[in-house]
Design a binder for this molecule. Structure first.
Ligand code: SF4
Ligand code: SF4
Length: 375
């Protein structure tokens, strides 16, 4: 059954916003769907994070899916035959960005290159996270021309640390570096606009190798490095060694390196959200490797799925009573104390909170446009 809507929110004909203003599909950089939503319409989500694979070729000690025992004995893959039409539906409803990540290594999916090329041809920004070991020269040549940005997990600045944290052979560190060198060379030669970033989850197993990771970034010329803390199984921040702080501070002074200080535990810190109501899932949604659509990280605590692309097409799911009921329940904000520390829409929720406050005061809300590089 479908909810009656005041407007479809579709962008038939493709009135896409300016590319450089979108980055990451965040509302702040693309306020039109928010304005339509505030006017009572039902715009489709701007961005979706998709898990194309359940399983990984590595076994990082801090890996959240591994901590939660989400990987089964056999790797499982998102069904391509239903995901291809989903991409067209998502785009037709105003979707801007598809980010492959989730529970495992996206490059293990046998059709990932084709799906990225297909999404790109539809006008979507395609992005992915990976450990990079499978981004061979042949894969890079098929994938990177159609990719807006990619982020590679490098949880150690030297081979021994990397192999320990990733629970893999040291030769994978050399493979990753070779693949990154090749990708950066190809990008330069071919003029592809893809942005290539590194990410390291910093904790006691690897903080001593931060200077080596900084040196690697400088030598390779990657666009960005994100250094952030790990979250424990319970969703709490992990304490970091005091001697790691000066290394992080030194890293933060290097161009292109971003330390996510807010992810590191401070003394006397209590986790508190900057938003009281939760409407972020209207604009950023998620899909698991089985094609289940779910709202957000709330699903670690309670049900958050609202449909499956193997059963119904996306427009029907998005406009369904079930989806509206779930989002109305989430909007009340009762879950915020449980899940705000993991919240994928935290930034959007703050923007929406400001917009709702401005509307309540009869003011026109205009978020500041931010230029973004790789997430
Ligand atoms: S590479 Fe990513 S998905 Fe794979 S084990 Fe490491 S953290 Fe988990
Ligand atoms: S606050 Fe919780 S319920 Fe709301 S989007 Fe974030 S994770 Fe989901």
């Amino acid at each position: 059954m479908l909810i009656e809507t005041q407007g479809s929110g579709e962008v038939a004909g493709g009135a896409a916003p300016v590319r450089s203003q979108i980055g990451g599909g965040r509302l702040q950089n693309n306020p039109e769907p928010l304005k339509r939503w505030l006017a009572g319409q039902v715009p489709g989500p701007l961005t979706i994070e998709v898990a194309p694979v359940n399983g990984c070729n590595h076994g990082c000690l801090h890996c959240y899916p591994l901590q939660l025992d989400l990987f089964g004995a056999r790797k499982k893959f998102l069904p391509t035959e239903h995901f291809r039409p989903f991409l067209a539906d998502f785009r037709a409803m105003g979707g801007e960005e598809v980010y492959f990540a989730g529970t495992g290594e996206p490059l293990l999916h046998p059709d990932l290159a084709d799906l990225i090329a297909h999404g790109h041809a539809l006008g979507l920004r395609m992005a992915f996270s990976s450990n990079g070991v499978l981004l061979t020269p042949a894969n890079a040549a098929r994938i990177l021309p159609h990719t807006a940005w990619a982020r590679f997990s490098v949880n150690g600045g030297d081979a021994a640390t990397y192999a320990h944290v990733h629970a893999c052979h040291e030769r994978d560190f050399s493979r990753l570096i070779h693949n990154l060198e090749n990708a950066l060379t190809l990008r330069r030669q071919e003029g592809w606009p893809v942005q290539l970033a590194l990410q390291c989850v910093v904790w006691e197993a690897n903080w001593r190798s931060i200077p080596d990771l900084v040196a690697l970034h400088e030598r390779l010329g990657t666009d960005k490095v994100v250094l952030r803390n790990r979250f424990d199984r319970e969703g709490t921040k992990h304490p970091v060694h005091p001697e790691a702080i000066p290394l992080l501070e030194a890293a933060a002074r290097v161009p292109g390196i971003e330390v996510r200080w807010e992810s590191f535990l401070r003394a006397d810190e209590t986790l508190q959200a900057d938003w009281r109501r939760c409407h972020g899932p209207h604009f950023r949604t998620h899909m698991d490797y089985q094609g289940n659509l779910f709202a957000c990280c709330r699903h670690f605590y309670k049900e958050s799925a609202f449909g499956n692309i193997n059963d119904r097409r996306f427009p029907e799911i998005w406009r369904s009573v079930e989806r509206h009921r779930l989002f109305a329940e989430i909007a009340r904000g009762d879950d915020i104390p449980l899940c705000c520390h993991l919240c994928p829409t935290a930034f959007d929720n703050v923007v929406i909170e400001q917009a709702l406050t401005a509307r309540g005061l009869g003011l026109d809300f205009q978020p500041t446009i931010i230029e973004k590089t790789a997430e």
